[in-house]
Every structure is written in structure tokens, then in C-alpha cells.
Design a protein around this ligand. Structure first.
Ligand code: FAD
Length: 509
């Protein structure tokens, strides 16, 4: 660790000297914070809005090896993503759940059952058999598994994983882990100016006004805003970014029979999914090139997504009035040279990340990437900063779920305090997933436990805890990012939940 003394800013009463300031608290900033703190660096993570409130709250919530990249022969990318997926699945047995993808082989599928069987076996193998084995189904078998599939269509099933509590919660868990390792993390704090004179003097803007901090190194993890931040730092990256918009719509019900993902190929030949979102279904996504990273779901997106789903299911009709929440984000895609920026086949642009180092200014920029690859990003950032001369130490543990041995005790405690035993199991599993061992103290003092939001396993006690201890500044931070309530419930359902409303008011939100 650096021996710089910590000083306080008079206005904000916050530390102002750091080894590293990380700009952007999406997944890339969050993992970098955890990994660098574990390697003995004094880190400040800032985000101009809430943590994970940009791209990292708009994903499909998948931890996956990228089966679709097999179609573009990106075998090395798929191999690496599968290894990253396997490692995450091993490290987060509760937060990351393995799930089957039942792919319906209709007219838009690029292959039939034989090639599909071969492809899924190949995917399983390239992923070093890190998931359950794939299977292949006749039309009758497929229909029995998922009655909504169109009669006469065969199917294959392969396995990947997903984040039941959503991407933004996963990001927050890295930040929480990093804070335990000594990192500071400030949301609603924007980098507005920067000056390099041997060390960095950075001007940050928060509600309390502008103040300065200093740092030896800066990590640019600003996602789609990375080029803007590079300009601010006067440290241009060689690689650039282009943006691909993707939307998801959550429906007022679950439209699948089992706990599985349905996969189809849309009318453009891209994979399209019905994914779980709490106890409801989320459908998407799209892939539209846009210039501006600020996007929202428009009528064209909505019509496209609804058309795909209605074309691919039988006996289930999905209407715009069934939508309870929407997400729209941009994938920041790396272009390594200017020629790629205008490529006509831009769907083929790689989804890999690039880490660029500006030695003269000690700036490390993380461009592109996927949630799935996050542990590698953390490690690569530590390696890059060590190369720049930072005195890193042998890292202590910076990811993973920790001790699981008390789960059974916790579950029994929840069962004993609950009248509804089915809800009790949901409460025990989902609270443990988000809170780990501290779930015992969060729910321990309650005399009786019940779901605050029926079907989601969320209790009043956990909401109170999150409001107090998880950097929540407003309702959206809590309902949309620390918990999946605003994704899995409509605004009117949330407004009608008088107990939840009372809790939010009591918490000053
Ligand atoms: C539709 C869609 C589906 C996806 N699905 C998957 C999936 O299923 N699985 C998967 O692995 N990946 C998926 N991805 C990719 C993944 O979501 C992204 O690669 C990842 O979230 C990018 O994270 P990031 O940290 O780079 O950027 P972001 O999450 O955008 O974080 C950057 C942060 O920087 C902050 N910032 C910017 N400028 C400043 C400043 N001046 N001061 C302070 N803060 C600043 C922003 O507020 C923002 O929060 C998907 C992406 C999209 C769009």
C-alpha cells in the first residue's frame, strides 16, 4: 500500500489522496476496485450517477460462453468466455444459477436438429464440460417440455448461467466487497476536470459541490463514455467505441412452463430470448447501431420484440399492455482501427474487451467487454498497474460468496419464523443469495417473517437494511438496482404495496 497520508477535504469531510481513482462504477469499474483494493491499493471509485446505473443495469443478466459467436467462428473468444463463465459459476454458486436454454429450431434457425446437436455438443466441449450436458429433442418432446413452442418444431438444449438478482446487484456486490477491503466508493460523484503534473488532480462534482482529490493512477472505466473521459484526461485511446442498442421488455407474467430460457432466432437471424425476471418473463434483445449512448425503448423496438415473440410461440399472445417494465442500453463495442468503425457487417464486431495503458500519464482504460469476463478484467487491471510501477501486494480474496456452511441454519430460522413455508424457502434463498452470511443478523431479530413483495422472497427487514447500509440515495437505487423489484413489478403494483411505500417513506426515500 502507498504511504501517502490521508487528508480530509474541509467541505466534504472525505479522504482526498488515493493511489487510484476509478471513473465509472459499472461492472468494469467495480471489479477493478475490488481487485486493486485486494492488491493493497488505496482506491476511490466514483460514478456520476448511481453504481451500475448505465450499461451494467441493462444486460440480459447472462453469464455465458457466447454460443452465438460460434456462428462467426470466434472460437478463441467462446473458449475464453466459457472459462470465465465456469469460474464465475464456481465462485458464485448462489448468485449465478446454471440454466437450460431450450432453442426452438424454426424457419429462422440457421441449422436443423443434426447440426444443432453437433453445435451444442461442440459448445459444451469448448466450455470444458463445465455445465450439464446438452440434449436434442423431437418436435413432440420439445412440445412436452414447453407447450408454448410451435407444434412440429424440434429443439436442442444447452446450458449457460444467469443472475437471478440482476446485473446491477452483482456489480454492487463487488463494490461492497471492495469497501470491506478498504476502498471508498462514491455514487453521484462525477469527474468534471483533470490535471496531470506528476500526479493527478481530479475535480469531482457531487451534491455538496466541487472538490479535488489526487491520485497516482486513473482507471477509465466509463463504459460508453470512455472516449469522453479520455478527452477529459487528455489521454486518448487507440481503440474507439461504437454503440449497439439492445432492449428488453418484462411481462406481467411468466410465459414459460419450466425454469428455463427459451431461445429463438429472430427475423434477422439473431438469437432472441425469453428469460426469467423474478417470477415473470423478460423478452429480448435487439441489436441496433446508434450514435448516442442514451437510449430508450421506442415503438419500433417494442413492435419488433413483440412480433418476434408472437411469431415464435403458440397459444400465447403477448401485447404491449402486458409490459410492466423496460430496459434499454448500449453495448460499447471496441473498434481497434478506424476502418472498422464503418464496417457494414458491424454485427460481427467483437465483444471482447481491451485494456489500454498510457504510461506517460498513468491512465488505464478498459474498453468494451462483457459482464461474464469481469474477473479477467480485474486481474488484467492489477497486472497493468503493477507494470506501471504501483507497489501492489499479493492479492487477498476479492470475489466469491464466502462461507456457505450456515445456510441450513439460516433456512431453518426463516422457516420457524414464517407461517407460509413456500414463501419461507423463497425468502431464505433470495436473502442469502444477496446478503450471504449477514442474512442471519438481518432477519434474526424479527419475530415473524413474511414476503413484502409476494413471489420475490424480499422482506421488510432486508429493505430496511438496504436503505440504511447500501449507499441508497433514492427509490430507484433501491427498487431497481439493489433489489429487482422495479424490474419484476409494475409501477402500479409498487404504488399499491402500502407496506413497501410506508417503509420507503420511513427510510426518507
Ligand atoms: C442489451 C445488452 C445486453 C447485454 N447482455 C449481456 C449478458 O447477458 N452478459 C454479459 O456478460 N454481458 C452483456 N452485456 C454487456 C455488458 O452489459 C457490458 O459489457 C457491461 O455492462 C459494460 O460495463 P462497463 O462497466 O464497461 O460500463 P457501464 O456499466 O456503462 O459503466 C460505466 C459507468 O461510468 C460512469 N461514468 C461515465 N462518465 C463518468 C464521469 N465523468 N464521472 C463519473 N462516472 C462516469 C457512468 O455513469 C456508468 O455508470 C449486454 C449489454 C447490453 C447493452
Amino acid at each position: 500500500m502507498s504511504n501517502q497520508t490521508q487528508t480530509k477535504n474541509d467541505n466534504t469531510n472525505q479522504d482526498v489522496d488515493f493511489d487510484v481513482v476509478i471513473v465509472g462504477a459499472g461492472i468494469n469499474g467495480a471489479v477493478s476496485t475490488a481487485a486493486l483494493s485486494a492488491a493493497g491499493q488505496r482506491v476511490l471509485l466514483i460514478d456520476k450517477s448511481d453504481f451500475a446505473s448505465f450499461t451494467s443495469q441493462q444486460s440480459s443478466n447472462l453469464v455465458w460462453g457466447g454460443i452465438k459467436y460460434l456462428q462467426s467462428y470466434e472460437f478463441m473468444l467462446v473458449f475464453k468466455l466459457c472459462l470465465a463463465r465456469n469460474r464465475l459459476m464456481r465462485s458464485y454458486p448462489n448468485q449465478i444459477k446454471q440454466i437450460g436454454f431450450l432453442a426452438s429450431l424454426g424457419k429462422t434457425a440457421p441449422f436443423g436438429r443434426l447440426l444443432g446437436t453437433f453445435g451444442t455438443l461442440f459448445y459444451w466441449g469448448i466450455g470444458l464440460f463445465g455445465t450439464k450436458a446438452p440434449s436434442s429433442y423431437s418436435a413432440e418432446q420439445a412440445k412436452a417440455l414447453e407447450p408454448g413452442l410451435i407444434t412440429g418444431r424440434k429443439a436442442v438444449r444447452y446450458y449457460d448461467a444467469y443472475l437471478p438478482d440482476t446485473d446491477a446487484r452483482f456489480v454492487y456486490d463487488f463494490i461492497r466487497h471492495a469497501k470491506r477491503l478498504g476502498a471508498q466508493a462514491r455514487n453521484y460523484t462525477e469527474l468534471v476536470a483533470a490535471e496531470f503534473a506528476g500526479d493527478w488532480k481530479l475535480t469531482l462534482r457531487s451534491d455538496a459541490g466541487d472538490y479535488q482529490v489526487s491520485a497516482r493512477h486513473v482507471i477509465n472505466a466509463a463504459g460508453p463514455f470512455a472516449e469522453k473521459v479520455s478527452t477529459l484526461l487528455e489521454s486518448k485511446t487507440k481503440a474507439g467505441l461504437v454503440f449497439s442498442k439492445g432492449v428488453h421488455l418484462t411481462l406481467n407474467r411468466k410465459i414459460t412452463k419450466g425454469n428455463q430460457v427459451l431461445a429463438f432466432w429472430d427475423e434477422q437471424g439473431r438469437l432472441f430470448y425469453v428469460l426469467p425476471m423474478g417470477d415473470r418473463s423478460m423478452i429480448g434483445t435487439t441489436d441496433t447501431r446508434v450514435q448516442d449512448p442514451h437510449t430508450q425503448v421506442d415503438d419500433v423496438d417494442r413492435d419488433f420484440v413483440l412480433r418476434q415473440i408472437n411469431n415464435q410461440l403458440e397459444g400465447i399472445e403477448v401485447r404491449a399492455s402486458d409490459i410492466i417494465s423496460e430496459r434499454s442500453g448500449v453495448r460499447p463495442l471496441v473498434i481497434e482501427n478506424a476502418a472498422q468503425a464503418n464496417t457494414s457487417d458491424w454485427h460481427q464486431l467483437s465483444r471482447k474487451h481491451i485494456i489500454e495503458v498510457d504510461k506517460s500519464k498513468r491512465v488505464i482504460s478498459v474498453l468494451g467487454g462483457k459482464l461474464t469476463d469481469c474477473l479477467n478484467v480485474g486481474q488484467e487491471v492489477v497486472a497493468a498497474i503493477t507494470k506501471l510501477g504501483a507497489k501492489t501486494t499479493k492479492p487477498v480474496e476479492w470475489f466469491g460468496e464466502g462461507d456457505q456452511s450456515k445456510f441450513e441454519h439460516f433456512q431453518n430460522m426463516v422457516l420457524a419464523k414464517s407461517k407460509d413455508k413456500v414463501a419461507a424457502i423463497r425468502i431464505a434463498e433470495s436473502t442469502w443469495r444477496r446478503q450471504g452470511e449477514q442474512a442471519i443478523s438481518i432477519l434474526g431479530s424479527a419475530t415473524e417473517l413474511e414476503e413484502l413483495v409476494e413471489g420475490l422472497g424480499i422482506t421488510a427487514q432486508e429493505v430496511e437494511f438496504i436503505a440504511k447500509h447500501e449507499d441508497v440515495k433514492n427509490r430507484e437505487d433501491l427498487l431497481r438496482r439493489r433489489l429487482p423489484i422495479a424490474m419484476a413489478r409494475s409501477e402500479s403494483e409498487i404504488a399499491a404495496n402500502s407496506k413497501l411505500q410506508a417503509l420507503l417513506v420511513a427510510a426518507g426515500l
